[in-house]
Design a protein. Structure first.
Lengths: 114, 116
């Protein structure tokens, strides 16, 4: 069951530019998480934003969450070639009694050209 | 050096054979997860376990089996019943979820399984 859908599927930018990726989802959530995956590697957690939060920052990363539109965005500022990776959003769907699993989207493949 | 490890990194299997993928963590996490990733796709949940000696099916459990006899270990067996097992398999762990929701997950490096 695919809950989150990232947009765009692929993004190519120059070093120094900002990169924005979007995620839309369908049901109420407890939280939304963003992960990064370098080619052929495991995922690395970037940031978690709870349903009662609207914006969160971590270094060059800025995540926003709009629960009324069921959408989130990840902004990477002043991108570097090392930011080249796939970025996934994962939602924690709200369920009575507590949730137990994340639902991942298909990801946005970001290429940062030097 | 805390973390989550998977072995082997590459695995080749002949059709009709069962294979077991290893996943070990020393993060003292209660919850562990197995995902499958196909090229250009997101992660799909195979099985997960919130506590030792208990596990639940995910979205694509058919043809797979797991065990959780120790907190640190969550091996995945890909059986001959899995029709299309060639994929990248990722194991993850986290603190046990509750009413507050699912915590961040820590991933292993993955095992790439190829059926010959």
């Amino acid at each position: 069951s695919q809950q989150g859908e990232e947009d765009p599927q692929a993004l190519s930018i120059q070093e120094g530019e900002n990169a924005t990726m979007n995620c839309s989802y369908k049901t109420s959530i407890n939280n939304l998480q963003w992960y990064r995956q370098n080619s052929g590697r495991g995922l690395v957690h970037l940031i978690l934003i709870r349903s009662n939060e609207r914006e969160k920052h971590s270094g060059r990363l800025r995540v926003t969450l709009d629960t009324s539109k069921k959408s989130s965005s990840l902004l990477i500022t002043a991108s570097r070639a090392a930011d080249t990776a796939s970025y996934f959003c994962a939602t924690d769907p709200y369920t009575q009694g507590g949730s137990e699993k994340l639902v991942f989207g298909k990801g946005t493949k970001l290429t940062v050209n030097p | 050096d805390g973390g989550i490890t998977q072995s082997p990194k590459y695995l080749f299997r002949k059709e009709g054979q069962n294979v077991t993928l290893s996943c070990e963590q020393n993060l003292n996490h209660d919850a562990m997860y197995w995902y499958r990733q196909d090229p250009g796709q997101g992660l799909r949940l195979i099985y997960y376990s919130q506590i030792v000696n208990d596990f639940q099916k995910g979205d694509i459990a058919e043809g797979y089996s797991v065990s959780r006899e120790k907190k640190e270990s969550f091996p995945l067996t890909v059986t001959s019943a899995q029709k299309n097992p060639t994929a990248f398999y990722l194991c993850a762990s986290s603190y046990s979820s509750g009413l507050a929701g699912v915590w961040e997950q820590f991933f292993g490096p993955g095992t790439r399984l190829t059926v010959l």
